[in-house]
Design a protein around this ligand. Structure first.
Ligand code: ZN
Length: 455
């Protein structure tokens, strides 16, 4: 009997929602969107940088609550969690010796501190992470490990996958080998004298050492000097680990008409690094997803599935703790689908989708709706991203609307992540793609994914 009812319930929506949201009309109207830009402009101007676990992030949550309420979303609330707090202090660096130079340098998130008067030591140069890993135990005692690389621009951002690990794990490896400190060439692709910050993680039991990134031109100067003889650096870094600190995500919804069909989870991360304004990373992501959802809300047609917009907290310093916290807090809810925007605001060029075999037709409908925006289907796996990957792993379907990442790592985690880097035309293309996607996914009559068992 139960089975018959479920089958009936699954069959009904295809008729009930056939006349629902029109992805094509919604998509085309979204090409004139102004809301996404307004959100980024407001967030970067009225709040600014908002590092996870700080009062600036708390202010951003209040700003987000007020914004989502004003836009008419339902059930707007904050979901609090704790993050290991860390704040930047003084940061200076110089090359010592007969030809002293000042370095454009910044501490990596979770970096340890030098003594207040600074730390001077000779460098040992490594070309890449493999070379650092191969250094004999204890060989770095009293030295500064300097790790360089050749990260290059790539449309799909894949160079971050290749060279990012130098930042993610290099400092912990150097610490274990006895280094007094580590300096890396920024995980960036620009030739400005902007260092790129970002989180690093020290293994359990490893005491954090001072860990910093220099701008690409400074890194190349150090490399050239190292060819001529020993290089000695002086670093003064005084960041502070703050222990458990309040963070949280801001949530708003468009309630769907069919609770059994599951939730469509979308969003970006509200927190940002502290050097810039958090425009491309990730004011853009919360803005694009919110503006797209607002278009569904304003269509006057209730979607079948609840659309839940989340402005995640502490994605950066928490290293993905936000997505874990969200999924843990929502294990009892069925999530049908999840997607996030966290790769800037440049145009979407490709999509990858994860859907059950029985929902294959949804992929075809997405391809048709996205093609006029210059977006082609890809063959890759859905990655999801740090905010929603746990929900996808738990069984939700998902989509990666892949943005052009060619210039993303010129700006990523630098003081240059500012509002003026947002191209309004490309931003609107993003909103149009997300709007069309939501119209199709939120109303799909097919069974999509699910994060809890039906029992
Ligand atoms: Zn981000």
């Amino acid at each position: 009997m139960m089975k018959t009812l479920l089958l009936l319930a699954a069959a009904l929506p295809s008729i009930a929602f056939a006349q629902g949201l029109d992805p094509v009309a919604l998509r085309d109207a979204a090409l004139n969107d102004t809301l996404a830009y307004e959100i980024i402009e407001g967030l970067t101007t009225e709040v600014g940088p908002r590092l996870g676990g700080t009062s600036a992030e708390a202010q951003a949550r209040d700003w987000g609550m007020a914004k989502l309420k004003a836009l008419g979303f339902s059930n707007v609330h904050i979901e609090p969690f704790l993050v290991k707090g860390w704040v930047r202090g003084i940061e200076t660096g110089e090359i010592e010796g007969t030809n002293p130079r000042k370095l454009a340098i910044t501490a990596l998130g979770n970096s340890g501190a030098t003594p207040a008067e600074g730390l001077s030591a000779d460098i040992v140069l490594f070309d890449g992470l493999a070379a650092l890993k191969a250094a004999p135990e204890g060989s770095l005692k009293g030295k500064i490990a300097f790790v360089t690389h050749r990260m290059a621009r790539a449309q799909d951002g894949s160079s971050y996958g290749a060279f990012g690990p130098i930042r993610f794990v290099g400092p912990s490896i150097a610490a274990k080998k006895g280094a007094a400190a580590i300096v890396i060439r920024s995980a960036g692709t620009d030739y400005h004298r902007n260092p790129h910050t970002g989180v690093t993680n020290f293994e359990k039991g490893v005491t954090p050492i001072p860990a910093a990134a220099v701008s690409v031109p400074d890194a190349e100067l150090i490399e050239r000097l190292a060819k001529r003889g020993p290089v000695r650096l002086k670093l003064t870094l005084t960041p502070r680990a703050n222990g458990p600190s309040p963070s949280g995500s801001v949530v708003g919804e468009i309630p769907g008409s069919d609770p059994s069909a599951g939730i469509v989870l979308i969003g970006g991360h509200l927190d940002s690094w502290d050097l810039g304004q958090g425009a491309i990373d990730d004011g853009a992501g919360v803005a694009i997803t919110t503006a797209a959802a607002k278009r569904i809300l304003d269509s006057g047609k209730q979607p079948r599935r609840t659309i839940r917009v989340v402005w995640f907290g502490s994605e950066e310093i928490g290293g993905g703790i936000d997505g874990d916290a969200y999924q843990k807090a929502h294990t009892k809810e069925r999530h049908a689908f999840a997607a996030e925007s966290d790769f800037g605001a440049d145009r979407i060029w490709q999509f990858n989708v994860k859907l059950p075999e029985a929902a294959k037709d949804v992929t075809a409908r997405l391809a048709t709706a996205l093609a006029p925006l210059g977006i082609a289907p890809g063959k890759g796996e859905v990655e999801g991203g740090a905010d929603v990957e746990e929900t996808i792993k738990a069984g939700a379907s998902g989509i990666d609307l892949r943005q052009d990442g060619t210039r993303y790592f010129d700006l990523h985690h630098t003081p240059d992540d500012t509002l003026d880097k947002i191209d309004p035309v490309q931003l609107r293309q993003n909103v149009a793609a997300w709007t069309a996607m939501l119209a199709i996914i939120a109303n799909a009559p097919e069974n999509l994914g699910q994060t809890i068992s039906k029992k």
